[in-house]
Ligand binder design. Structure first.
Ligand code: AMP
Length: 205
């Protein structure tokens, strides 16, 4: 099962990816997590990405595409994966298509979580408060001014990715403002339908 999970920051991609990981026993590949790991490890990519991430902007397509290309070749991703936070630009979506074609792979589904901007802002704010209350480290990019930059980047650069998949792939839009379990049920239903139709199509050919 190869799934792309699209949606703005705070839409619940991390939570739902975790549930998909448990359901399908496939890894969650979060480019945000991979980049944060590179920043913490002080790798050349991390050093390059840190200021861009702290400002809420997007890291360059070349860097992110390179990370994903390496990651999907690892053994745990051979039976599938959930891409969380990638692709975030149409150029990344095109690069992913080429990558998958060259490996004779394809996406089984693209799920987009729709959430109103005001809800996103308050979710991210609450997440930061809860993390601080637990004594955890609040993400540098969860500061209000950076959240605005991240949402602007989403609207300008990532929203066109959902149009791309509406034209080229199996996009399913889901109301991400429903209770968490209902979002999960809806995602599962959509993926079951997509996989069922693909199986019927291949049995006919
Ligand atoms: P996330 O954890 O998905 O919210 O990502 C945190 C930050 O990492 C983003 O605000 C970007 O700066 C960077 N990032 C993550 N994924 C990508 C991507 N696919 N393309 C460019 N930048 C990314």
């Amino acid at each position: 099962m190869r799934i792309v999970l699209l949606g703005p920051p705070g839409a619940g991609k991390g939570t739902q990816s975790e549930r998909l990981r448990a359901r399908y026993h496939i890894p969650q590949l979060s480019t945000g997590d991979m980049l944060r790991a590179a920043v913490s490890a002080g790798t050349p990519i991390g050093l390059q990405a840190k200021a861009i991430m702290d400002a809420g902007h997007l890291v360059s397509d070349d860097v992110v595409v390179g990370i994903v290309a390496d990651r999907i070749m690892q053994s745990d991703a051979q039976n599938g994966f959930i891409l969380d936070g990638f692709p975030r630009t149409v150029a990344q979506a095109e690069a992913l298509d080429s990558m998958l074609i060259s490996k004779a792979m394809r996406l089984d589904g693209v799920i987009e979580l729709d959430v109103d901007e005001s809800v996103l802002v308050s979710r991210i704010h609450n997440r930061a408060l809860e993390t601080a209350a637990r004594g955890g480290v609040v993400r540098a990019d969860d500061k209000p001014e950076t959240v605005k930059a991240r949402l602007d980047a989403y609207k300008a650069q990532t929203a066109p990715v959902s149009d791309y998949y509406a034209r080229h792939g199996s996009l399913r839009r889901i109301d991400g403002m429903m209770p968490i379990d209902e979002v999960t049920d809806q995602i599962n239903r959509e993926l079951d339908t997509l996989v069922g139709s693909a199986a019927m199509a291949s049995s006919r050919s």
